[in-house]
Design a protein. Structure first.
Length: 489
């Protein structure tokens, strides 16, 4: 079909003008009012402190575990694959608006089985030649095809915005997964070291109690002390020893979490890592006393806030596409068809034809359904705006509570350390008095029990304070540096 250039140009220009119309909503995600500062601690903006924050513990074993987790952790690997999926879907979405170009080929084969032969082309016969008779004929037809739905009324704009926003959601999910993994590994490591310290403290206390029980039992056998005193000393040793299994299980659970977080089965640690973990080490500490960022900085630091903002764009894009579905659609279809004889002469000569057919469709009887779908998308968009503000408020609340726990935990840690120092001094004095025969056995046992409790309380306070520091950095979105494109792939 022959088509003049001027009408085709007018159709194209008109389609482009209609395509420039936008159906995207004007409203955007806005953050609620945020406090100017924090109540419990001062703000010391330090963006570098949020990156690789776990190195502040100055523990090479922890650094190695976190690096292993970031490289092999299943949660990070799954999040990275979701980024890959989102990017592929984005390309697919944009590709849906490009012309679809293909090819078609076909043909018809005819063979005489019984009866007169087939009549060939009359072209030579009309020109004075003889009539052609053939027993078989095969006519082939082939050529390219094209189909394109012209993206009108901002449909391509809305789809592109939604595709990019979906990719951003996946990217922020990856960033959040890496930050969460670093925090989880650090927390499991702190719990493991705290369990080790508790076990060591209880075992040492049980040994001291055993020694005391043997001394008292010797005195009881010689008639110098009452048998009840020896039994009381043994009671203290066994009650201390009875607390060990629960603490051992707590440490083993933390070790199992360390393995699983890094994509390993418990019990399959490399020899060097196992040797490092089996060596008893103190609970890592982090001297953190200020907030690493201001409340307003959470908008760019927290992955969940960035995700919520991206989801508002996804919802806005879905609303834009739904609005565009209420309007007409124009589709261009075209093809070039070449017909030729392959066997015989069924057609006079090779024939090539081109066609271009514009078509327009308009929703009529299902317009009510499409309008209802638009209302649904509008409500979902409004929900996403509310969710964004709620996410921001929750983030500020989490950060504020984390800073409060950090400040209160430091006071508790100082108090437990002072209490342990006092308990140690008391125990030394009572031991000397007991050896001199001044203090009673009950005084000695009471002093030893108080020292055990003070030491265990100090270990728990160190664990809580390290956990509070970890929670602060998690609340502020701290984590590894952003991945480059090669690492993301």
């Amino acid at each position: 079909m022959k088509m003049h250039a001027k009408p085709l140009l007018m159709v194209t220009v008109g389609a482009m003008a209609l395509g420039a119309c936008s159906t995207m909503p004007d409203r955007k995600a806005t953050a609620p009012d945020l406090p100017a500062g924090w109540t419990d601690v001062e703000t010391q903006a330090n963006a570098e402190a949020l990156t690789d924050w776990w190195t502040g513990f100055n523990d090479p074993a922890l650094d190695e575990l976190v690096a292993d987790g970031l490289a092999s952790g299943p949660s990070v690997r799954i999040a990275a694959l979701r980024v890959k999926e989102a990017r592929a879907l984005s390309r697919q979405t944009i590709g849906d608006f490009l012309p679809a170009i293909g090819a078609q080929a076909g043909g018809g084969y005819t063979r005489v089985i019984d009866g007169p032969d087939l009549t060939g082309s009359f072209q030579s016969f009309v020109g004075g030649g003889a009539l052609v008779r053939e027993s078989e004929q095969f006519v082939g037809s082939y050529g390219p095809t094209m189909s394109w739905e012209i993206p009108l009324f901002g449909r391509i704009e809305a789809s592109a915005v939604g595709a990019r926003a979906n990719t951003r959601v996946a990217m922020e999910d990856l960033r959040g997964a890496r930050a969460a993994l670093a925090g989880d590994v650090a927390q499991a490591y702190v719990d493991f070291r705290a369990g080790q310290q508790r076990v060591a403290a209880l075992q040492e206390a049980a040994e001291i109690s055993d020694q005391l029980a043997r001394i008292v039992q010797t005195g009881a056998d010689a008639g110098f002390t009452a048998p009840a005193d020896a039994a009381d000393a043994r009671r203290l040793a066994e009650s201390t020893r009875a607390r060990v299994p629960d603490v051992v299980m707590s440490a083993r659970q933390a070790a199992a979490r360390l393995a699983v977080l890094r994509g390993r089965a418990p019990g399959t640690e490399p020899e060097d890592v196992a040797a490092t973990l089996n060596a008893i080490a103190p609970v890592p500490s982090y001297a953190l006393s200020t907030a690493p960022a201001a409340p307003a900085d959470l908008l760019r630091l927290r992955p969940d806030i960035a995700q919520a903002q991206a989801r508002t764009l996804v919802a806005a894009a879905a609303l834009g596409v739904s609005r565009a579905d209420l309007l007409p659609q124009i589709r261009l279809t075209g093809s070039i068809d070449i017909t030729d004889n392959i066997i015989g002469s069924a057609v006079p000569e090779r024939l090539a034809q081109g066609s271009l057919t514009p078509g327009i469709t308009m929703p009529l009887f299902d317009w009510g359904r499409r309008w209802s779908a638009t209302k649904v998308r509008d409500a979902q968009f409004e929900q996403s705006l509310v969710t964004y503000q709620s996410t921001v408020n929750n983030a500020v609340g989490e950060a504020s509570l984390a800073l409060a726990a950090l400040a209160q935990g430091q006071q508790r840690l100082d108090a437990t350390r002072n209490a342990e120092t006092a308990a140690e001094a008391t125990a030394r004095g009572v031991r000397a008095s007991f050896g001199a025969g001044i203090a009673s056995l009950s005084d000695r046992l009471r002093a030893e029990q108080q020292l055990i409790d003070a030491r265990v309380s100090r270990i728990g306070a160190e664990q809580s304070q390290a956990s509070a520091a970890i929670q602060v950095y998690r609340a502020f979105g701290g984590g590894p540096p952003p991945l480059n494109r090669a690492q993301q792939r």
